[in-house]
Design a protein around this ligand. Sequence first.
Ligand SMILES: Nc1nc2c(c(=O)[nH]1)N[C@H]1C(S)=C(S)[C@@H](COP(=O)(O)O)O[C@H]1N2
Ligand SMILES: [Mo]
Length: 321
Amino acid sequence: MVKLLQLKCYETSNSGLVSKGVSRVIDCPLGGTVLGSIPEIRDLVADYTKRLLGGLSHRVEYENSESIGYTHTLHRFHIVLDGDMYIGARVVMRGTSSLRILFTIPTGFQQELGVLVEAYAPNSDLEAEHGKAGEPADPPRGQVYINIPIVYAILGVPNVDVSKWILEVTGMVENPAHLSLVDLYELGVVDYKTSFHCVTGWSIREIVFTGIPVTRIIERVRPRSNVKWVYIESLDGYSTIVPYEDFAREESMIVLEMDRRPLDILHGYPARLIIPHLYGWKSAKWISRIELTDKYRDGYWEALGYHPRGKVVLEERFKQK
Ligand SMILES: Nc1nc2c(c(=O)[nH]1)N[C@H]1C(S)=C(S)[C@@H](COP(=O)(O)O)O[C@H]1N2
Ligand SMILES: [Mo]
């Protein structure tokens, strides 16, 4: 039995998750407790669930596990409640060390939860950079090169009417912009060849992306000096967040073409972001709104425990704090 002190967790939510029936997420850091098997992980889930649900009747069922890079694994459970409802539980491991447990609470679950909610402070996860200097490797640690990029569309492929499509760049800027596809091309496109790394462990070598350097967008909108984060939203309801410093890098692009052809709808037509030094989930497809802000808030995957920055050389797959 794992001994439990008080459950101290973050509570978060995201509109994309709400559209999938999850109204909020309870995300509890585990601090590295060593667990050597799925039954041990299940016991930890059972203990945490008991604390969370108090006397509410439930049963814990194992769903599946997934490797995330060869360093991390994600183990999924269902906490089945009376009626058809269940709370999802996911345990994030690095080797045999447990990093966090997340509970996805379905819309319609009204009971009070036995949890002491704290605010998530992303800065502690960004400080890691000063500690370990990542040795650049090719492929990066935990990644394997494959030939064809896997398509992800966690909220489905949206219907795009490009005659109505506008990219809004807004928030803490002097000069907000509303850019059509023609406006974007008029800003001047460049080619940039780079590899692409998905946090689940696959990478693609040297794709030619054609698009507008983010630096050009920045010149145009003139961010205020206190901008710290960039929150990106897509037509499908997807969202993600990146530190402004990483967004503003020279290699970051609003991409319109891939391997010299207009983006396929599956890869984000009419426009997607590419930030090559960050894991692929930060490279939102079908982008519609870019908000520069001084406040952190979770995007879709960040609300499920993924890292606020996601730097590949530092293997920033999940939040640590
Ligand atoms: N709108 C949207 N953008 C998204 C995703 C998504 O599901 N929806 N998946 C992300 C993830 S996890 C990765 S690895 C890349 C994959 O890009 P590809 O589908 O073009 O290969 O897109 C990212 N951008
Ligand atoms: Mo990904």
